[in-house]
Design a protein. Structure first.
Length: 128
């Protein structure tokens, strides 16, 4: 089972690079370690919070946010993925998109509910 929250926004005229930076800043203010990359399509943000992920899942997992589309019609995908050590380098490789979201088990599904209820709402507030 793959856990992924998908949010679609239309008519927002939002600079997607600026949106990604705002999401990163919000996550960092909450104590998340983040990294940002630009694969051939879209923007990928990974975030990892040691206390939650190391205790509930594993140290190599993180939640992954992918932003695709254009300023007036874009989609934000949020899911659990593997923490990629050097996202900036890996983003240039097509394999990144294959491993962006992982198959998850029950503990990860519970954590995904936390993501949907917290991070998803924060992104909606940032978008406006």
């Amino acid at each position: 089972m793959v856990a992924e929250k998908v949010m679609h926004f239309q008519g927002k005229n939002k600079d997607l690079d600026q949106l990604a930076q705002q999401i990163v800043q919000q996550l960092q203010s909450e104590g998340y370690k983040t990294q940002l990359g630009k694969p051939p399509v879209g923007i990928v943000i990974q975030a990892q919070k040691a206390g939650i992920l190391r205790d509930i899942i594993t140290a190599e997992r993180a939640f992954t946010i992918m932003i695709t589309g254009d300023p007036n019609d874009f989609t934000v995908h949020i899911g659990i993925g593997k923490w990629i050590q050097n996202l900036a380098v890996a983003a240039a490789e097509a394999i990144l998109l294959t491993w962006l979201f992982l198959v998850v088990d029950v503990p990860e599904m519970l954590w995904t509910v936390h993501v949907e209820n917290g991070i998803g709402k924060e992104i909606s507030q940032i978008v406006g």
